[in-house]
Design a protein. Sequence first.
Length: 463
Amino acid sequence: MSSANSRRAVVLGGGMAGMLAAAALADHGHDVVVVERDRLPDTARARKGVPQARHAHLMMSGGARVIETLLPGVSERWLAAGARRIPLPTGLVSLLAQGWMPRWPEMEYLIACSRDLLDAVVREQILARPGITLHEGAEAAGLLGTARRVTGVRLHGGDGAEELEADLVVDTTGRGSRAPQWLARLGLPVVREETVDSGLVYATRVFRAPPGAEDVPVVSVQAEAGTPRPGRGTTLLPIEGGRWIVTLAGTRGGEPTRDAGEFEPYARTLRHPIVADLIARAEPLTEVHLTRSTVNRRRYFERLPEWPAGFLLMGDALAAYNPVYGHGMSVAAHSAAALRAVLRAEGAGGPGFARRVQRAAAAAAGPAWDLAVGEDVNYPGVVGARPAAAARLLRGYVQRTMLTATANPAVTRPLLEVMTLSRPLSALFAPGVAVHVLRGPGRRPAAEPPITAAERERWGLAP
């Protein structure tokens, strides 16, 4: 166990959630050991443990601001490394289910770059801090301790098995977390788990942007839920190095494939062919990468009747979302901020500390969960519990909010604040917003994308 003058925390997983948790703990006197199965690259390169990095990722402004409080200067470092700061909705050409979003002056923003770059900048900044060490090539095989207190973790790796004692163990091992089994071995009850699976399949390819088209905004054609047809959509994200990452997405019965020859034709079958038109003259740089790991999964650890001191879960190990909504990394940031808030208020190790943090992390995960499953349950063939009446009413209100946002900036602003996780969902119900939503947009959304003639010419689109 750690000495009387310091406290040891072990963070399982060296991804975004794990690194941010390590930063929060190191800032409050913990010696932190980050345990990672992979050998982490020292540059913005892919690694085996994050296969989803091949697909489009969005760092929302709500997450970016929180990470900035944990890692001052991180946004400047992202931009210096090649990322772009995209003003919203100015730098967004998006066909919502309700119509095209106008490109009004900036209300929120996102950071556009590859997931590898996002991770590399955060990782470099955190691992340079005193008090944080990296233990690579090892993974957790179980917890040490009892149902009342976790005292460390059992590891195995290339050097064989070992036991690592700790005052606090934080599981950020992602969708594949085995925490429910570990806790069961300690004698705790089965953790309630909820899943909603729309059957969404992701297919992604990276392109070289044609000359003159490097400044293309984020382009999105969203799927329509609530119809008998499969939901199909696409996102084009400009990333570092003059490249575009383009992700196609389709639910059951409308899935994209790995066939490179079908990539552009699939994009051309969507509600608008704008992305197909853009990539028609772009050079492909990769093959098509496919993933089916898009199930919404939430584990309600905070509802167990007892919770062991010395153990926490954060990130996708707690709640994993359909990645089409772009909320995973921002939720991880808010969870790290919740950990920091409890540490600031009461320090670590007091009675009930771990349980309070676990409940705070669950609260941080809740709004993104409500938004994701409230939409995904409406696709044909979805597997999962149907929403309660209150959830259906919420979705109906959000849908009307999105329709109104296509014509009324007084509604667009709070909608973007909620969608970027900059403000809570309750912001949509503020009296001044609700009045506009109930009145509706007052006019039809634009029939064509909000692109100027000069942009069309520069990007090689037909007039």
